[in-house]
Ligand binder design. Structure first.
Ligand code: GLA
Length: 344
């Protein structure tokens, strides 16, 4: 049994394909170099102790009966609880958690934390690592059932399956993941925090998800990605608007893959703008602070900028044309490798 391990879960950027994951659609995310590290040491009892170094808070619980908790503790207990439910023979562990993904900024600090926790607990228990898509599903159950956010699989798959210099084309109808070269030439991708913290466990995200389920059920399709624009005319608002976003966003993901393939960066920028307009006008997840951040990126010379992640605040993603200076506070992002474990 390794005495000490260090597991890293990266955050993610989603180039395009927003709110498509829980609708059986397409997305094009990549893992980034910012993330969460969990250092773990085995204990010889059946207890997990956790120290959140960035906020100087602690938790301790017994593996005999893992009870729910709030805030960051929900993730730790959920990771242990879901691994136990999956039949993994966990051992006691002492965990130290530290991260550099800004929380609530739409870069998926939550998935980074789940992924790092689950990999650390598996490794310290000397348990074999399951298939990474299965692991993504387990991490998403942590978020759905322990944290209370009905999020999809986008963030967990991006964090677990990321690959340097590549984005991932994910087809959520089959959970198929294809790497796509992300060669931007002299263009740069940056994120800019709107300054407005978002939370998925808050109402807006779960409400959108419920609206999509209602729209699919009224149309008699398994998921909105099986619907067509002509079908959705019979839906009442706002369901027709939500469905329009999903159907057109899937199309934009396909076009973005083609634009990358042809190195057509201005076209990629146009698709980011169109995605933003749809998220603002049809999905209605933008806010004043987000619109201001998009405007700042455009004024700085972005050929495309859009809200990223669940919405209702968080970060904006912008594609900057060669020679343009990023707005103050923007952070350049590049695809990095997926989650990993090392001996510590
Ligand atoms: C959040 C969720 C994801 C996904 C995006 C929107 O990041 O965690 O599952 O739904 O929002 O694309």
């Amino acid at each position: 049994m390794p005495a000490h391990v260090s597991a890293f879960g990266p955050g993610r950027v989603n180039l395009i394909g927003e709110h498509t994951d829980y609708n059986g659609g397409l997305a094009l995310p990549f893992a980034i170099s910012h993330g969460v590290t969990v250092r773990a040491a085995a204990r010889d009892d059946r207890c997990i102790s956790a120290f959140a170094a960035d906020i100087d808070e602690r938790d301790e619980f017994s593996l005999e009966a893992v009870s729910p908790a709030d805030g960051w503790r929900a993730f730790v207990r959920g990771a242990a609880g879901e691994l136990d439910r999956a039949g993994v023979a966990l051992t006691g562990a002492s965990l130290e958690i530290a991260g550099n993904v800004p929380r609530g900024a739409g870069l998926s600090s939550s998935a980074a934390l789940e992924v790092a926790l689950v990999l650390a607990l598996l490794s310290v228990a000397d348990a074999p690592e399951p298939d990474r898509i299965e692991l993504a599903k387990l991490c998403s159950r942590v978020e759905n059932e322990w944290v209370g956010a009905q999020t999809g699989l986008l963030d967990q798959i991006a964090s677990l399956c990321g690959s340097a210099d590549r984005a991932l084309l994910i087809d959520f109808s089959k959970l198929d993941v294809q790497p796509v070269a992300l060669e931007l030439g002299d263009y740069r991708l940056v994120t800019l925090d709107s300054g407005e913290e978002h939370t998925h466990a808050g109402g807006g995200y779960n409400e959108r998800r419920a609206e999509c389920a209602a729209a699919a059920s009224q149309l008699g399709v398994d998921s909105l990605s099986d619907a067509t624009l002509s079908m959705i005319e019979r839906l009442p608002e706002p369901l027709s608007l939500r469905a329009r976003h999903v159907i057109t966003e899937n199309e934009r993901v396909r076009s973005a893959v083609q634009a990358l393939d042809g190195r057509e960066m201005e076209e990629l920028g146009r698709l980011l703008d169109a995605s933003h307009a749809s998220l603002r006008d049809c999905y209605e997840v933008s806010t004043r602070a987000v619109e201001d951040a998009v405007d700042r990126c455009k004024r700085a010379g972005a050929c495309g900028a859009r809200i990223m992640g669940g919405g209702f605040g968080g970060s904006v993603l912008a594609l900057l044309a060669p020679g343009s200076a990023p707005p103050d506070g923007a952070v350049e992002v590049r695809p990095g490798p997926g989650a990993r474990v090392e001996a510590a």
